[in-house]
Design a protein around this ligand. Structure first.
Ligand code: AMP
Length: 441
């Protein structure tokens, strides 16, 4: 049962260990994208409502979080702004706004939260993070291959192994509809139903197709082909010019990817549709056993930027859904260290000195904090040091004051060393280096 202190349904609070885990994943993904030559683009969390409306289809539009007008206009009850739904439409707005100032091709990535008024469920949130990468300005299938490879390498970099890419082309789908004699006007709705082949049984999908006025035998043949051996689909597609072009496109993409990824990880999947109608060429999704829905998805959308008010540039891209990717990773170690160096305060008279010891530790690139409690007992302060996960504690009492040294205690072994005050930073830097911790920046 949710309580009054839970965050709104479909959103989460992230305490330190979860946040650091996410941040490190974002950092790795970012570095893979950067190594492929994609550059960052950061857009606002909210956009004007008219920029977003009408871009995601009727169902998508309903999921946009709208922001009511404020101030004197509040009473109208109208919305004029909306939270970002994905990173693709903001990219299109940027392409329209900056046009020729952007490099050609423009390879950019965006990592950040997006918001959808979805029904929350396992792996389905209302606030979640997408890592998006797109190339504008290239019609070459090499651009599609590059996006797929960068997405692949990002998952591999995170240590994920059991994932597969489902690969198809919109031309394959169009060729199939043509080959099986599906009337053109039924095409879009037939595709929407075929998209359900991963959730419904073939019989259920055939029944739904029949309900869409498709003759029973056509529906059965189409579903039979898509759930049967892929070779049969290849044969069937030869009959249609668009279908043959689709197969050629898929094969070209697969051959570009073949040398770069383990065999069997990229699978031609003729039944993959991807809901949005704006795709115009290769489409793909990443799936993993036991994870609901897809980990990522994308494809080529050559005229979307123009539809969105930008220049008519070809485009291809995809979005990694971080939540499902992190779900697929082994549970991370929740033991979380907050400090490297815990500085005790054995006497109020030495408080200012303790501050300078903490500063010396920070100068060595370490996380350090002084004891802020009220106990003057060493035992209590060492307990605090241990709870912070600190590797070293600094102790400075009257004996140290007299000798002008600081006692550096190794919190794991209990060993102690007397270090001259003036050498503290270099001593700690040496310890940090030996322990493989990052040094001063
Ligand atoms: P889309 O923009 O709908 O193509 O989604 C791209 C990726 O974002 C998907 O493959 C999912 O990993 C992720 N995703 C989409 N919707 C949600 C959601 N409601 N909660 C969490 N992740 C999502």
């Amino acid at each position: 049962m949710p309580t009054q202190f839970d965050p709104p349904s479909g959103t989460r609070d992230f305490l330190a260990s979860d946040w650091e885990f996410r941040e490190s994943a974002f950092g790795r993904i970012r570095s893979v994208f950067a190594r492929y030559g994609f550059e960052p683009l950061v857009t606002p969390s909210f956009e004007r409502l008219d920029v977003l409306l009408g871009k995601y289809g009727d169902d998508g539009d309903k999921l946009i979080f709208k922001i009511l007008r404020r101030g004197e206009h509040e009473e109208t009850g109208e919305a004029d702004l909306a939270l970002r739904y994905d990173h693709t439409v903001p990219l299109a707005r940027v392409a329209a706004a900056y046009g020729s100032q952007l490099p050609t091709p423009y390879k950019r990535y965006a990592i950040g939260p997006v918001w959808r008024a979805d029904r929350p469920g396992r792996g389905r949130y209302r606030e979640f993070t997408q890592c998006d990468l797109d190339t504008l300005g290239s019609t070459s299938v090499m651009a599609d291959a590059e996006v797929v490879l960068a997405a692949h390498d990002a998952l591999a970099e995170l240590g994920l192994t059991g994932f597969r890419f489902l690969i198809n082309s919109r031309h394959v789908l169009a060729g199939l509809l043509e080959g099986f004699g599906v009337p053109a006007e039924l095409g879009p709705s037939v595709l929407i139903t075929l998209d359900k082949l991963d959730k419904l049984t073939p019989a259920e999908v055939s029944a739904e197709l029949a309900g869409r006025d498709l003759p029973d035998d056509t529906a059965a043949a189409l579903v039979g082909a898509l759930t049967g051996p892929v070779e049969q689909v290849r044969d069937a597609l030869k009959a249609s010019e668009e279908g043959a072009a689709g197969i050629e496109e898929v094969d070209e993409l697969l051959s570009l990817l073949a040398g770069q990824v383990p065999a069997g990880r990229m699978v031609f999947t003729p039944r993959l549709v991807r809901g949005l109608s704006y795709y115009t060429g290769p489409i793909w999704e990443i799936v993993a056993d036991g994870i609901p829905g897809s980990l990522a998805g994308g494809g080529r959308y050559d005229h979307l930027i123009e539809q969105l008010g930008g220049p008519d540039v070809p485009a291809t891209g995809g979005a990694l859904g971080v939540e499902r990717i992190l779900m697929a990773l082994p549970d991370h170690d929740r033991a979380h260290s907050r400090l490297d160096v815990a500085v005790t305060v054995m006497d109020e008279r030495y408080a200012a000195r303790s501050f300078s010891f903490a500063a010396a530790a920070r100068a060595a690139g370490l996380r350090a904090s002084v004891y802020l409690g009220s106990s003057g007992k060493l035992g209590s302060q060492l307990k605090w040091a241990s709870r912070t996960g600190a590797r070293w504690a600094l102790i400075y009492g009257s004996a140290e004051d007299e000798a002008n040294t600081v006692t550096v205690r190794d919190m794991t072994s209990g060993e102690q060393a007397a270090v001259p005050v003036s050498e503290l930073t270099s001593y700690l830097a040496g310890l940090a280096d030996a322990a493989g911790l990052p040094g001063p920046s």
